[in-house]
Design a protein around this ligand. Structure first.
Ligand SMILES: *Cc1c(COP(=O)(O)O)cnc(C)c1O
Length: 481
């Protein structure tokens, strides 16, 4: 919940108590320099012992509730027919309105099955924006991914509330150009991850559904961040302020023919699922489930996580649960902007994002400004962030570099894990780094994997700039910070 202090300042305040804590240490800057060098300047390859605040991702890193942990203790470990599954299916019916539920081990497993069952070579999959694993799976199945975002989507200094909208005119033009028969489905991603956690509006979803239905194109809803999208609809869209998160989710689901999610985000567990009211879709997907994931009642998930997912799905309809990360992110972004640091606006749903093109304008995209920024942030703070830019975009079929639309360093705010003083610490060190941005230079690949290269790729700092940055930091803060 947001509270206005007597000074007039607004701050987010937690509506939960912290009963279990986990120790974290801030390694000195010389150790951080060593660690990022050993990690090939790739924050994915750092070890958590060297990380103070882990803002890599909100995926599978959220704090679970007492009720989720308690549910794990009563899970029913059966290979087939587990009661834990039936509890999940009941909650899915209740919260999302779908009669057919299929657990999968995580979000990308759902994408893999969708690709396997619905995509033929030569197909064109329309979406508001891609996610890394989505695009890789759909392209591997032979499809082209067509992202039909609006003009505002790539403006990182925007005041438009729904930058995750799909452009209806472009969608109509795409249907005309490719023919509905070539479009197996249109995919709407809630709180678009790679655009900076930006939501779509209910109005946009409704219009996409209407146009798609007119041409017999099913709507697939990626609901990994569904509760945050619902929270933004409540906050930002006319006519929804008085509706509950549960009611908004129900309305969104009316437009979805097929739903899938990574439950690692909004539902705060490690797993995923597919749900639908179309028995035919369920049957076609189910045929492949045991081969790739597991039996219909666990789908590759631990039954403990299946239990916790049922609880997490219900809890995410609480406005204070749905809103906790958007509210912290809004505070984070507003503090960065106050200090002149180029953060992406409006604040989104899973992370604060820095615009690396504006933070490091002297680094060309061929030298990966977002990757350089993520490495520099780690050296300057011990905070781990994620590159979401050209390194996260694989080369094309001819091996040419594809420059990303946006170069972002993402500071994820896992739900209920960090406090306001952690956020203030990050703001302070990011502000210091911005003041010393000229010391940061580009990166070069030394080992480059062919698919999803951002995970395991190794790079080096051009002109050894990391050492120079660490020296400047030590001069200002001393050797122990
Ligand atoms: C995380 C995510 C996925 C992939 O899910 P995993 O559980 O990481 O496999 C797919 N879509 C969106 C929008 C996501 O945020």
């Amino acid at each position: 919940m947001n509270i206005t202090l007597s000074s007039g300042k607004r701050i987010p305040v937690e509506t939960h108590k912290v009963r279990i804590v986990q120790k974290t240490d801030l390694a000195p800057v010389t150790r951080r320099l060593e660690a990022i060098g050993a990690a090939g300047y790739n924050t994915f390859l750092l070890r958590t012992r060297d990380i103070f605040l882990d803002m890599l991702t909100d995926s599978g890193t959220n704090a679970m509730s007492d009720n989720q942990l308690a549910a794990m203790m009563v899970s029913d470990d059966a290979y087939a027919g587990s009661e834990s599954f039936y509890k999940l299916a009941d909650v899915v019916k209740d919260v999302l309105g779908f009669s057919w539920t299929m657990p999968v081990h995580q979000g990308r497993a759902a994408e893999h099955l969708l690709a396997k069952v619905f995509i033929k070579p030569g197909d064109v999959v329309v979406m508001n924006y891609h996610f890394t694993t989505t695009k890789a799976h759909f392209e591997l199945a032979g499809a082209t991914v067509l992202e039909l975002f609006g003009d505002e989507a790539m403006n990182t200094q925007s005041t438009v509330p729904f930058r995750g909208n799909l452009d209806i005119e472009r969608f109509a033009a795409a249907i005309k150009k490719h023919g509905a028969g070539k479009i197996p489905f249109v995919r709407m991603e809630a709180t678009t991850n790679l655009i900076g956690g930006q939501p779509f509006s209910m109005k946009n979803l409704r219009e996409v559904k209407e146009l798609a239905a007119k041409h017999g194109i099913p709507l697939v809803f990626d609901g990994s961040l569904i509760s945050e999208n619902a929270y933004f609809v409540k906050q930002r869209e006319e006519g929804y302020a008085g509706k509950s998160i549960g009611e908004i989710i129900h309305e969104m689901m009316k437009y979805a023919d097929l739903f899938y999610m990574s439950a690692r985000k909004s539902a705060s567990v490690r797993g995923g699922m597919i749900a639908t009211n179309k028995k035919e879709y369920y049957d076609r997907l189910l045929a492949w489930l045991p081969l790739y994931e597991g039996f219909a009642t666990y789908g590759g998930m631990s039954t403990k996580e299946v239990e916790a997912m049922a609880v997490g799905l219900r809890e995410m309809t609480d406005v204070n649960v749905a809103g906790i990360s958007p509210q912290f992110i809004e505070y984070f972004v507003s503090r960065l902007i106050e200090n002149g640091v180029p953060a992406v606006t409006p604040a989104g749903g899973l992370a604060a994002h820095l615009d690396a093109k504006r933070f490091l304008p002297h680094i060309p995209q061929s030298q990966y400004p977002a990757g350089a920024l993520a490495a520099a942030i780690y050296i300057a703070s011990g905070v781990r962030t994620m590159e979401r830019g050209t390194i996260s975009t694989d080369r094309d079929a001819e091996g040419r570099e594809v420059f990303a639309d946006l170069e972002l360093a993402r500071l994820a705010v896992p739900r209920r894990v960090y406090t306001l003083s952690h956020i203030e610490y990050a703001v302070d060190r990011l502000t210091w780094l911005y003041g010393h941005r000229d010391l940061v230079r580009g990166l070069r690949f030394v080992e480059e994997p062919p698919v999803l290269r951002f995970f395991f790729g190794r790079l080096e700092a051009l002109d050894n700039w990391g050492a120079e940055l660490a020296r400047a930091f030590e001069a200002d803060f001393g050797p122990d910070m």
